[in-house]
Ligand binder design. Structure first.
Ligand code: GLU
Ligand code: ZN
Length: 317
């Protein structure tokens, strides 16, 4: 893992978070994100919040949230403040969408994925496998006004953010260094509210990170590609931008990212020995060395040592 830059401490206290989607139990990859964000919060004597991102109901599995809570506790990854569920905060997201409507920067879109694919194909644009299609702007009106009712759910439209031309976002990832993304070219006008009336991850994560006053985001590198979009949304909504640190991904034997979609198996946390074993694997992945490996080591002792190891790793760079 590359060296870290030492982040400057936030003015009003560190607030980090872990934000799993309850689409299954924690697997080796999600434990790395949980552990990395927890260690970073503890190293900074900050708060670590738990937020269940359960807006995409077709993908959520009933009971997975409770299982994730149990697994985290079994690993000694305790949270501060009450956990929150995005499904309980629909009003917040609606307000944010209405604000963007007042700013006249959203518009309705009726394109299906196939429609978008057809337009791109006709223009000779190829989308690489595993990459999202760049929206070609088919439904974008010449002049965007305000719409009376942004939540025209019965009308089955998606709401997209209208990007002004030339939006290139630059940011410094605390692990990966300087990042640049041209949103127009690489993303296009992105969806904030889906045709099936679900607020998207992009909108909800930005609203909640601001609402919960998150100062530091530590998460898997699979989310790196979303960061520029989220920073742009923070800008237009008038929110502060937190600092970002993206952790290396855990890959399977085929070099693919471990995910619930590829049926990554759940971590074992039935007893303390198993939980410690999973934590050790996650720590190896984070590049933490010289951690206690004795049989008598308790999870609490191990986590303390891991926090110090994480601190050494960051401060030595
Ligand atoms: N809910 C997202 C996921 O499970 C993570 C959100 C985030 O950390 O920004 O992939
Ligand atoms: Zn459209």
């Amino acid at each position: 893992m590359p060296n870290f830059k030492n982040p400057s401490p936030p003015a009003d206290g560190y607030r980090g978070r872990f934000a799993p989607s309850p689409t299954g139990s924690l697997h080796a990859g999600s434990l790395v994100a949980a552990l990395g964000s927890w260690l970073d919060a503890r190293r900074n004597h900050g708060k670590w919040l738990l937020r269940i991102e359960d807006l995409d109901t077709p993908r959520c599995i009933s009971g997975a949230d409770q299982e994730i809570l149990r697994q985290l506790l079994a690993c000694g990854l305790n949270w501060d403040e009450e956990p929150t569920w995005q499904s309980k905060h629909q009003e917040r997201y609606k307000k944010a969408l209405e604000r963007l409507n007042q700013l006249q920067i959203i518009y309705p879109c009726t394109c299906s994925r196939q429609d978008i694919a057809n337009v791109l194909e006709a223009r000779g644009v190829m989308t690489p496998r595993n990459q999202e299609m760049v929206y070609p702007g088919t439904c974008r009106p010449h002049q965007i006004g305000t719409y009376d009712e942004v939540e025209r759910s019965s009308a089955q439209v998606a709401w997209r953010l209208a990007l002004p031309p030339g939006i290139t976002m630059h940011f410094e990832d605390l692990v990966l260094g300087k990042q640049t993304q041209n949103l127009n070219r690489e993303v296009g006008d992105f969806v904030l509210h889906r045709r099936d009336s679900v607020f998207t991850y992009q909108l909800a994560v930005v609203v909640d990170d601001a609402e919960q006053k998150i100062t530091h985001i530590v998460r898997g590198a699979d989310l790196l590609n979303n960061t520029a979009r989220q920073m742009y949304l923070q800008r237009v909504l008038g929110y502060q931008t937190p600092s970002y640190l993206h952790l290396p991904l855990v890959l399977d034997e085929h070099g693919e990212k471990l995910s619930k979609q590829t049926l990554a198996s759940a971590i074992h946390t039935e007893n303390a020995q198993q939980a410690l074993q999973e934590l050790r694997k996650a720590a190896m992945h984070l590049g933490l060395r010289d951690l206690p490996d004795g049989k008598e080591t308790t999870i609490a002792q191990w986590l303390l040592a891991a926090t110090q190891a994480w601190d050494r790793k960051i401060t030595s760079s």
